[in-house]
Design a protein around this ligand. Structure first.
Ligand SMILES: Nc1ncnc2c1ncn2[C@@H]1O[C@H](COP(=O)(O)OP(=O)(O)OP(=O)(O)O)[C@@H](O)[C@H]1O
Ligand SMILES: [Mg+2]
Length: 241
């Protein structure tokens, strides 16, 4: 197992937001975490990436293992720098007053592998031709979809081989949404492990190998994507019947 979440409980203040959730991601997999608004999806990612309170939750019980070792004591920037875990966060969090190129350069700050960095640039521009066109544009003036691509491109520039994405389809028109998922699929086929958070269960189950369904801080269903697509409860609650 690459990532293992073991009976994690977290709180915001005195309110428990995750009531003991467990799941895992194997090397080379695409695993989706699906659930409605407020289910605890972003909270789960913030727990893994060690976002500190008050924005992030406080872990009260359980453990998170990466390659068999607890990462609970590890700080967020160390996870990116030394563990090569990348996050494309919800709401994008790109630097709006910087250009596309500058945002991508900034993501490489902790890397020393110059030759590989150059290859990764080419790859990001290759995967997202729109970003090539917008290379020297201030990113806040780009469309929401273009900013979403930049957020994913930036995660790729950290040189990680494990990437977590919080609702990459959000705000994208259907065509762009499929483009985005095609890119992610291609990356996975080259060996990238992906943990995908999605509200769009249709899309997530089409794309992921396995998935977990989160409901108000608990995992209520899990399995491979085909099983879940045919699970009557999942169909009813998340797939429109
Ligand atoms: N920083 C915070 N402080 C207090 N409560 C929070 C905080 N962040 C999230 N919550 C609460 O925790 C619960 C889970 O929120 P979370 O953002 O994880 O949901 P989500 O599944 O990502 O939803 P969405 O699909 O809307 O993004 C919600 O009830 C939310 O109000
Ligand atoms: Mg969220």
């Amino acid at each position: 197992m690459l990532l293992e979440i073991k009976d994690i409980h977290v709180k915001y203040g005195n309110i428990e937001a995750l009531h003991g959730i467990s799941f895992h991601v194997n090397q080379g997999e695409i695993v989706a975490l699906i659930g409605a608004n407020g289910a605890g999806k972003t909270t789960t990612l913030h727990t893994i990436t060690r976002v500190p309170p008050p924005e992030g939750p406080k872990v009260t019980k359980g453990d998170i293992l990466y390659k068999g070792k607890s990462i609970l004591p590890v700080e967020a920037h160390i996870l990116v720098r030394d563990y090569k875990i990348a996050l494309a966060p919800e709401g994008r969090h790109i630097f709006g007053n910087l250009t596309v190129e500058e945002n991508l350069i900034l993501a490489t700050y902790a890397r020393k592998d110059k030759a590989q960095i150059k290859k990764d640039y080419e790859k990001v521009y290759d995967l997202f031709p729109k970003l090539t066109e917008r290379r020297y544009q201030k990113s806040e003036t780009m469309s929401g979809g273009e900013q979403q691509m930049l957020a994913v491109g930036r995660a790729l520039m950290t040189g990680s081989n494990f990437i977590m994405l919080d609702e990459p389809s959000m705000g994208l028109a259907p065509l762009l949404m499929y483009d985005m998922f095609r890119v992610l699929k291609a990356l996975n086929e080259e060996g990238m492990t992906i943990l995908l958070i999605e509200q769009n269960a249709h899309l997530a189950l089409k794309f992921a190998h396995r998935a977990y369904v989160l409901d108000t801080g608990e995992i209520v269903a899990q399995g491979n994507s085909v099983e879940l697509m045919n699970n009557p409860d999942v169909k009813k609650a998340y797939l429109g019947g």
